[in-house]
Design a protein around this ligand. Structure first.
Ligand code: NQM
Length: 347
């Protein structure tokens, strides 16, 4: 099944329909998506990392979970298939897909699906309308970066399993730049855009076209990898790098996020969760940049095509202890685009 999940799009598969052996599975997925090829002309992929994604779903055996979701990022111009990052946007389609495929019995009004995210081991609960026991994709929820409206998918994350500050410090100097490394579901390096002599409001295409910036972002990521416990990140899609600037539209912050080479046209869900948590850390890289609301957990993260509202709590802990993530919640939408038989390019 092909679904739009949030601001991304991907192929959703039952695990039982794919080879169990990862190398065989990955080879098949590359041929299904049309990779490696900049246009992915011979497959389902949309020629951008945000539309070259796969969700693999199966019933869960874990206590407290209905289904397991494995996210796979399929390279566009490369033959890489990576399970090293999660995707909160495709996550929005997992609950509807699980109901459509009969893995979860729908409620008569609404259904909540408890999802174990295999990439991180963390849990999420997705709730969405199922009038008369059928998934409804129609509704009035609107998310920036997607035309029109659709049914809301409310996603809640309890505190995750990773330390919020994986380097053990609020600030690190990475390749000469001051940064805060956060993991609230997505390892992300936060940097004030001004530290790279940028406004932070540039068009993603212009940022992607700047070879000096690409080199700087690459150096920063390579320095962050070992400190964040990720090792050599030369060929991986994490950590992401989010450049922060003061908000321009009454949000908390403006962002440009590298994922990690292309610049996101909006922002990932878990990427936004990490930015939101990072902004709440006293002394962090967002300190002189962000405008935090006086009350409540809700923050508006501005991005190149609008904004993403997210609820994110951080517990500061006792004096001297590192802050910890609390609950995170977000509203997304998803839509079934087609359901059928895909014909992979021959091996
Ligand atoms: O951060 C893109 C996306 C993502 C990831 C990326 C995501 C998330 O927008 O939860 O959804 O950062 O590679 O789909």
């Amino acid at each position: 099944m092909l679904l739009r999940g949030g601001t991304s799009k991907g192929g959703y598969f039952l695990a039982e329909d794919l080879p169990a052996e990862p190398a065989l599975r990955d080879d098949l997925l590359l041929r299904i998506m049309g990779s490696p090829d900049a246009r992915q002309i011979d497959g389902l992929g949309g020629a951008h990392p945000l539309t070259s994604k796969v969700a693999v779903v199966r019933p869960s055996t874990a206590p407290g979970a209905d289904v397991d979701y494995l996210f796979l990022q399929v390279g566009v111009t490369t033959s890489d298939v990576s399970d090293r990052q999660n995707c909160g946007n495709l996550l929005a389609g997992v609950g509807p897909f699980a109901v459509e495929r009969g893995l979860v019995a729908p409620g008569r009004v609404e259904t909540s699906v408890r999802i174990r995210m295999l990439n991180t081991g963390d849990l999420a609960t997705a709730s969405f309308p199922t009038p008369d026991g059928r998934v409804s994709y129609e509704g009035v929820a609107e998310i920036s970066g997607v035309p029109g409206t659709a049914a809301p998918v409310v996603i809640e994350f309890p505190p995750g399993s990773s330390p919020l500050l994986p380097t053990g410090s609020v600030r690190n100097t990475l390749a000469g730049v001051s940064a805060t490394c956060v993991d609230n579901g997505m390892p992300t390096v936060l940097i004030a855009a001004s530290a790279l002599r940028l406004t932070g409001y540039e068009d993603p295409k212009d940022l992607e076209a700047d070879p000096v910036l690409a080199r700087r972002i690459g150096e920063i990521r390579l320095a962050a990898g070992p400190l964040m416990g990720l090792g050599d990140v030369a060929g991986t899609t994490v950590p992401k790098v989010s450049l922060l600037a003061p908000p321009r539209h009454r949000g908390a912050v403006s962002t440009r996020t590298f994922i990690p080479v292309r610049c996101h046209t909006s922002i990932g869900v878990l990427g936004a969760a990490s930015v939101a948590a990072g902004l709440r850390i006293a002394g962090g890289a967002g300190e002189d940049v962000a405008r935090l609301p006086a009350h409540g957990d809700r923050l508006r993260i501005e991005h190149p095509t609008g904004f993403l509202d997210i609820e994110s709590a951080v517990e500061q802990g006792a004096r001297g202890a590192l802050p910890r993530a609390g609950r995170t919640a977000v509203v997304r939408t998803a839509r079934k685009i087609f359901d059928g038989t895909v014909f992979p390019r021959p091996a």
